[in-house]
Design a binder for this molecule. Structure first.
Ligand code: NDP
Ligand code: PYR
Ligand code: MG
Length: 414
């Protein structure tokens, strides 16, 4: 662990501080180049854009640039550590956008006093970008912020911890339940956590067939039930009329555990209480609700997934956000709607059932990967994700009437 700590610090410090840089895409060597790039030549696209605002997509990088924006109030599972502490994660998201979907990103960390202050800051700069990826903003403020920004911005605004996580969770869950021989409509589900990721994951699972009344959600005060008077409007949607109060009470006989809360909160004893062939998604980062080695030592009929890259079954929003934005940008979708999210779920889910190419095995360090308990979801390094998810999302945007452009010719053909 100490070794990983030092390696991670060195990775971020060297060869230059941070993980991303800006590169030039046009010649900028001679006076002629500069006369085109800057004064006087730059005045020409200025005039064109002033005349026809859509030309900003033709003459600038706007259409392939996403702002990754946080206030640092829910950094992974580490809590509210402030905007500057969130910067390595936001640079990390920018790295993933570029590496997996060739999208340029700027990370923006906002210090603010009120929700309105944050919304105004983002809304006022939004037009500079093709899309906005909100990240690591705690609930319930994240819900208000995202709704307000969707209303005010002309470009897609997507809170990754809500929807990216939900899409990947649903893709992995449908596959895991399939492998365990369970039907999502009958599944008893326990969700530990009642914040950004939890509410969105459960809402999308319901859209994929889960029954709301079969879901028990818990926050730091225990089970969310109808007799509590401290629930915000988002938690209230999951209030059960029940006498069950603790994780022990609700985990008994549960088919599914989804953890989007904090480290080491599900014990081996609690895992033993679950129904035969359970599915456990311990998605808190960096430390899951239960370590896979403990889960697998406790029972051999469990499917266990985490948010981490160093265990099998990585249920992490990296499998979604680069690709959903790729598809949305390429048909200039004005929003990311439910149709696009569901299309992404199915594209990710279905890819796990295909043969895995040698280069993915080489990158993941696995000898083989076959659809089953240790491979329920594709690896982030699988280059087919971009083509399949982006294309499905772009098609869904067109079909649902939110795209300004047609499907590009031969889109994602190779
Ligand atoms: N694998 C992935 O792709 C992703 C994983 N996550 C992980 O999910 C977790 C939550 O993130 P997010 O939803 O953005 O954060 P939020 O701050 O919005 O929500 C955190 C939630 O966890 C609950 N919680 C915290 N500690 C406990 C506890 N001891 N018992 C029960 N509930 C608890 C909080 O309860 P209360 O409401 O009472 O404060 C709150 O409802 C993080 O660990 C994060 O890393 C998030 C996004 C993606
Ligand atoms: C993965 C991620 O976005 C999180 O843990 O917050
Ligand atoms: Mg996050």
């Amino acid at each position: 662990m100490t070794d990983l700590r030092q390696q991670a610090l060195d990775y971020h410090a060297y060869p230059t501080p941070g993980k991303i840089s800006v590169e030039i895409t046009t010649p900028a060597e001679t006076s002629v180049d500069l006369a085109l790039a800057y004064s006087p030549g730059v005045a020409e696209p200025v005039r064109e854009i002033a005349e026809n605002p859509d030309d900003v997509y033709k003459y600038t990088g706007k259409g392939n640039t996403v702002a990754v924006i946080s206030n640092g109030t829910a950094i992974l599972g580490l809590g509210n550590l402030g905007p500057m502490a969130s910067k390595p994660v936001m640079e990390g998201k920018a790295l993933l956008f570029k590496r997996f979907a060739n999208i340029n990103s700027f990370d923006i960390e906002v210090k603010h006093k009120t929700v309105e202050d944050f919304v105004n800051t983002v809304a006022n700069i939004a037009d500079s970008f093709g899309g906005i990826n909100l990240e690591d903003i705690k609930a319930p403020e994240c819900f208000v912020i995202e709704k307000a920004l969707i209303e005010r911005c002309k470009i897609p605004v997507f809170h990754d911890d809500q929807h990216g996580t939900a899409i990947v969770t649903c893709a992995g869950m449908l596959n895991a339940l399939d492998i365990q021989g369970k039907d999502i409509k009958q599944a008893n589900i326990v969700c530990l956590g009642a914040g950004a990721a939890a509410i969105a994951c459960m809402e999308l699972l319901i859209k994929c067939g889960a029954q709301r009344e079969k879901i028990y959600m818990l926050d730091t005060k225990g089970v969310i039930h109808t007799r509590r008077d401290d629930l915000n409007e988002y938690k209230k949607l999951f209030a059960n009329n029940t006498d069950k109060r603790t994780l022990e009470d609700v985990i008994a006989g549960a088919d599914v555990f989804v953890g989007v809360s904090g480290p080491d909160l599900l014990t081996a004893e609690q895992l033993k209480l679950m129904a035969p062939n359970p599915v456990v998604f311990a998605c808190s980062n960096p430390d899951p609700e239960i370590k896979p080695e403990i889960a697998l030592a406790t029972r051999d009929d469990v499917i266990i997934a985490t948010g981490r890259s160093d265990y099998p079954n990585q249920v992490n929003n990296v499998l979604c956000f680069p690709f959903i934005f790729r598809g949305a940008l390429d048909v200039r979708a004005r929003i990311i709607n439910d149709e696009m999210k569901i299309a992404a779920v199915h594209a990710i889910k279905d890819l796990a059932k295909e043969d895995v190419p040698a280069e993915v095995l080489a990158a993941s360090g696995d000898k083989s990967l076959t659809f089953g308990k240790d491979y329920i979801i594709p690896k982030p390094m699988d280059s087919r994700l971009c083509a399949k998810v982006a294309k499905a999302v772009a098609q869904a945007a067109i079909d649902s009437g939110v795209a300004a452009l047609e499907m590009p010719e031969n889109y994602m053909a190779d």
